[in-house]
Design a protein around this ligand. Structure first.
Ligand code: PMP
Length: 355
């Protein structure tokens, strides 16, 4: 740290992204990317835009906003695309949270929430998940504070029902409720359909997981017009050209590639169920995931040890050190072939463990 770093960041621990190793060809199951490349139409669209990179991108993202609005059955004024969904989440903390408007979220959830809170000087509280790692939605009903919940939650993969989400939103009319739907396409129930009904609901989604564009950095927020207008004020006060030309074109092309999108989704869900079943045969506990990852533990091997042994064998998964989940690993669903390598190495490790 330099002697110039502002002391307003004294308590800030920056978010630590999953490893992106360059040294060897890992079977990479640690950052919940799609194992499949973008649709062919994306490559073509990006090439066309590359020729125009000497010109700024459209700050209004008009073409993309219209396509998103059409896809999700909303008005263009209810949509805001951003540089990954991390950006819209940060915008929301900046726009709606402060000392008088603290925020609450589950104790086990996306690690960036506490980082955004600290970055923006926002007091926060965490609410423990239940023993079975599900969110007790009653804890949030009428809580009278801003709320952010990942639904499905990460890294557990478990979902709240739409009815439970609606109860939370309806019972906190004077607070903003952010539902982070990064993984919703893999089996959750989206709250987008509640947007016309509640002016305190912000739903965030991303192209990074189900739409194969993690490297393009594209996310979006859906909310009533006035919330989107506030978020736009933050956007125009930080980075008006937050979505670059190639990403915008990639996003539109991906939204148009419906068949490709649906085929990939179905395959990931199929391979998820296959992998979970195989792991359970080996004695693992695998939570009932509605995402593109599994959260798993075995009584036979320490969580961190399994992570390290898999890494030695060229398979990268994500391990978190927080005490409550230290025995678990989060395993992204890759191709069937990648999961077979993961399963084989896991069998090998468990066998060695017993010897
Ligand atoms: N929310 C959750 C729950 C996530 O796991 C992630 C991925 N790390 C994000 C948001 C942000 O994803 P992105 O910025 O790539 O859209």
């Amino acid at each position: 740290m330099s002697r110039f770093f502002s002391n307003k960041y004294d308590s800030l621990d920056a978010y630590v992204p999953g490893e992106q190793p360059k040294d060897c060809q890992y079977v990479k199951l640690n950052t919940n990317e799609s194992p499949f490349p973008p649709a062919p139409a994306v490559l073509e669209a990006v090439r066309g835009e590359a020729e125009k990179l000497h010109l700024y991108s459209d700050p209004e993202c008009k073409a993309l906003v219209e396509k998103l609005a059409e896809t999700y059955g909303l008005k263009p004024t209810q949509v805001l695309p951003t540089n990954g969904s991390d950006e819209i989440l940060n915008f929301a903390f900046m726009a709606f949270c402060d000392r008088e408007h603290p925020i609450v979220f589950p104790d086990i959830s996306y690690g960036f929430y506490s980082v955004f809170a600290k970055l923006n000087g926002v007091p926060y509280e965490t609410i423990p998940l239940k023993e079975d790692f599900s969110i007790d939605h009653r804890e949030y009903v009428g809580i009278g504070k801003n709320i952010v919940i990942a639904n499905p939650n990460a890294p557990t993969g478990l979902c709240l029902s739409l009815k439970q989400v609606e109860e939370i939103v309806a019972s906190n009319p004077h607070n903003v409720v952010i539902i982070d739907e990064a993984y919703v396409d893999f089996g959750g129930e989206s709250a987008v359909k509640l947007i016309d009904k509640y002016d305190n609901l912000l739903v965030t989604q991303t192209f990074s997981k189900s739409r194969n564009l993690a490297g393009a950095r594209l996310g979006m927020g859906f909310a009533c017009e006035s919330l989107i207008a506030d978020l736009n004020t933050i956007k125009y006060s930080t980075n008006p050209y937050n979505v670059n030309r190639m990403t915008m074109a990639a996003g539109i092309a991906m939204l148009e590639s419906t068949e490709y999108f649906e085929k990939n989704l179905a395959e990931i869900c199929r391979v998820r169920e296959y992998t979970a079943a195989e792991l359970r045969k080996m004695g693992f506990t695998a939570l009932d995931s509605k995402t593109n990852f599994l959260f798993v533990r075995s009584e036979e091997i320490d969580g961190e040890k399994l992570y390290a042994e898999l890494k030695k064998r060229g398979v990268l998964v994500r391990h978190f050190t927080a005490e409550r989940i230290a025995q678990f690993n989060r395993v992204t669903i890759g191709t069937k072939e990648q999961m077979d390598v993961f399963l084989e190495k896991t069998r090998e490790i468990l066998k060695e463990q017993k010897q």
